[in-house]
Design a protein around this ligand. Structure first.
Ligand code: BGC
Length: 766
């Protein structure tokens, strides 16, 4: 765990430069606008430790699979979101000497990510090896208002010398993914031009043939007298060289305007001209105007999604950081895009789509964005249904059964560890549950008929084939499974997975019943060659499925044989041996009772209404002490359950762990990128945990509580047509309906009507 980020309610601040922390900071201070994003690399040359990272949404490469022992059914490739062109670069030389922080003596260094306004600023004062001292203030942003545009203001002051400066604004598309399996470069040059007015590089991805253009223009203002100008081109690289004279103490500023556009959004033949238009328009608007537009857009985002926490700056900074990263990763206009576990902050996990989206991210976008945003996340999977059916066929399933991939960009499976690819099938359940979640939240039953049932039928067909009849038990069982807890592989009857399967079958049957006789449903069923026998079979499974339960402890069994393990608690792990995944052999982990992430408790959380308080409590008290939370997705679920059980301290501990996971580098891996998808888990821990927000049978409920460390909190949600602000302090809770539409809701199970513009105030029960 690290502790170098300064606490501030709206900004992430680093003071002083520690090269050892640079890669972590590059992740934390990342920027994005839903269409492209980047790590917080430096504009000027830097020869120290760095992971140069620029990413364009949806653009990927199918990198040939690398495994030790090939298994039938493995995918041929792993889709990687590509490290794309470096568009921020401006190299500087003072009388020929490069500005490079790895070689300079650093007198002062400060980095700030202003989350309220969405910009990154770096200021530093350094002495070059020659003794020349310069001060730099560099600010940049990826425009939320013009999502093809990014802009940089780079101000330099020569502090103790006058002389010549060489400035080289450039675009470098000659980049390689750090995670490339065979050290292969994935980009090929298509076109380029270096010119002082507008320079660009167009490159295409091998195999997938995405074209991406990056263009730039720049202005130099202030204490600078131009002496010469020239333009250079190299493979996949363009730069302009400006030489000029500068005066001691007189600042000059380079404004760089850039645009990144992919062929997903503009026809290949028009990429360059559209890019040129965007860049020149941005240049004409100027940095300040662009920044103002961008800041205004962020203000709108915060109006919908901000959470304030009174009396705890650390928690405040944590939650805003999570919300900020989510808002800059996915904006939801395009149903072909999704949310990679690292967003635009790194390469690990290939940048592809995981079950994280449905199980963790959906809730945030449901409550803080327009309906279409969440719908697009669902449509993404709907569009991949055929591929999910093909994926199941490859594994031997038939008759329209679908297994959605563990990891994907285009619907095809990319993951290649058998215990996950073939066995971590609970992901199918999360995709089915998301359909319910969306319909329940937005009251959009048409979705079920138009899209949902087709997906649900295919997933139900999979579950019906994946279970088998055990003669010994006289029940259906599900063998060879890995639950969300990846520290157990190839187990039988993982409670969570079986429960998800049963839930899907029931929800699909309910949906079929609800639309019985509907012509559109009949047409769908005949297109799917659906037979009434299937529903009978599903019902039989529902009536005869085995779910493990321990009579003595009265807890659900994570899997068969779990109680044969040496049951210990996390406190029994010797000091210095955590995280166990960095200290123990895999064999030792698998045989231990320790749980990587919420598994049985994930199911208890999802289906909480089926269980009484004592059942939830018993399961929590049994599984929580064994959970090491070595997946970032874990603490949020425990926080929600702890809050539900009134365990305020535990809920707070779990909340802080998820909220500050990256800021404090809890898992010692933030340098690879931030845990973007688990950031939505932080939002859930707050909204579903401390505010106790639920949508039950289409109705909005709250069970607010306040952690002892906080004086109060407030947050916003959009529920259908209503904007609601919920505020709590140590004695009361207020619900303010900020729209014109009237809203019915429940607080602590009591019904209230809140007219448009009205606020209700109630006592806080703690
Ligand atoms: C977790 C998975 C998750 C993946 C990507 C893994 O460590 O165990 O549940 O989908 O990370 O976030």
């Amino acid at each position: 765990m690290k502790n170098y980020i300064k606490q501030d309610p709206w900004s992430i601040i680093e003071e002083g430069f520690d090269p050892e922390l640079n890669k972590i900071s590059e992740s934390i201070f990342s920027l994005g606008n839903g269409m492209f994003g980047q790590r917080a690399n430096f504009e000027e040359q830097f020869t120290g430790h760095s992971l140069q990272g620029n990413y364009v949404a949806g653009v990927y490469y199918p990198d040939k699979t690398r495994v030790g022992w090939w298994k039938n059914g493995y995918p041929e490739y792993f889709a990687k979101v590509l490290n794309a062109s470096n568009w921020i670069g401006i190299h500087l030389f003072f009388d020929g000497e490069p500005l490079d922080l790895a070689k300079a003596k650093i007198h002062a260094f400060r980095r700030e990510l202003n989350m309220k306004e969405g910009w990154l600023k770096r200021s530093f004062h350094v002495a070059l090896p020659s003794g020349k001292e310069v001060k730099v203030v560099a600010q940049r942003f990826c425009s939320m208002a013009r999502t093809k545009v990014g802009a940089i203001s780079y101000q330099v002051t020569p502090l103790n010398f006058s002389g010549t400066v060489t400035l080289k604004p450039f675009i470098d598309f000659d980049v390689i993914n750090a995670d490339a399996n065979y050290d292969e470069k994935f980009w090929e040059e298509v076109d380029k031009k270096a010119d002082s007015h507008f320079s660009y590089v167009v490159a295409n991805t091998k195999k997938t043939n995405f074209h991406v253009v990056t263009g730039m223009a720049y202005d130099i203002t202030g204490g600078w007298v131009q002496e010469s100008i020239s333009a250079q081109e190299k493979e996949k690289y363009v730069e302009v060289t400006e030489e000029g004279s500068i005066q001691e103490g007189v600042p000059f500023t380079v404004f760089k305007y850039a645009s990144n556009i992919s062929s997903m959004h503009v026809d290949k033949g028009e990429l360059t001209s559209v890019c040129q238009k965007e860049v020149l328009k941005a240049q004409q608007s100027g940095y300040e105007e662009l920044l103002q537009e961008h800041v205004n857009l962020w203000a709108q985002k915060w109006e919908k999604s901000d959470i304030t926490i009174d009396g705890d700056v650390s928690a405040q900074q944590g939650i805003r950081f999570n919300i900020f990263q989510l808002n800059q990763t996915y904006t939801g206009e395009d149903a072909r895009l999704n949310i990679g576990p690292k967003g635009f902050t790194g390469e690990k996990y290939g940048g592809s789509t995981y079950w994280d989206t449905e199980a963790y991210c959906l809730a945030f976008y449901l409550a803080t964005s327009d309906q279409q945003v969440a719908k697009n996340l669902l449509l993404y999977r709907y569009k991949h249904l055929q591929k999910a059916i093909e994926n199941a066929q490859k594994l031997g399933f038939t008759d329209g059964a679908a297994l959605y991939p563990m990891v994907t960009m285009n619907g095809e499976e990319c993951h290649n560890e058998w215990e996950i690819t073939f066995e971590e099938i609970h992901r199918n359940g999360a995709i089915a549950y998301a359909i319910y979640d969306y319909i329940n939240y937005h009251n959009d039953p048409d979705y079920l008929l138009e899209y949902g049932l087709e997906v649900l039928i295919a997933i139900s067909r999979f579950w019906a084939q994946r279970v088998h009849w055990s003669k010994q038990k006289g029940q259906y069982v599900m063998h060879g499974v890995t639950g969300p807890n990846e520290y157990e592989n190839n187990v039988n009857n993982n409670w969570y997975t079986s429960k998800m399967a049963l839930w899907t079958l029931q929800y699909t049957l309910d949906g079929l019943q609800a639309y019985k006789g509907n012509a559109a449903l009949d047409a769908l069923l005949s297109q799917l060659k659906f037979s009434p026998e299937e529903t009978k079979h599903w019902q039989h499974i529902l009536d005869h499925m085995y779910l493990g339960y321990d009579e003595e402890r009265k807890v659900f069994l994570q899997q068969d044989g779990f109680l044969d393990k040496d049951i210990m608690t996390v406190d029994d792990i010797p000091k210095g041996q955590r995280p166990i995944n960095q200290n123990w052999s895999w064999d030792r982990i698998l045989r231990s009772c320790f749980i990587k992430q919420a598994d049985t408790l994930q199911g208890v959380y999802l289906f909480e209404d089926e269980f009484d308080r004592e059942t939830i409590e018993r399961n929590f008290d049994f599984y929580e002490p064994m959970t090491v939370h070595e997946s970032s997705l874990s603490p949020c679920v425990h926080a929600i359950l702890a809050a539900k059980l009134g365990r305020k301290e535990k809920a707070y501990e779990m909340y802080l762990r998820t909220a500050r996971l990256d800021l404090d580098d809890y898992n010692n891996d933030t340098e690879d990128g931030c845990h973007t998808t688990s950031m939505a888990g932080t939002w859930m821990a707050f909204a579903k945990g401390f505010a106790g927000m639920r949508v039950k049978k289409g109705e909005l409920h709250f069970y607010p509580m306040l952690p002892a460390q906080w004086k109060g909190y407030s947050f916003h949600i959009k529920f259908r047509d209503c904007h609601l602000t919920i505020a709590a302090n140590s004695t009361s809770v207020e619900m303010s309906n900020e729209s014109e539409t009237h809203l019915s809701l429940f607080v602590y199970d009591e019904a209230y009507e809140v007219n448009g513009g009205e606020t209700i105030r109630l006592n806080l029960k703690n």
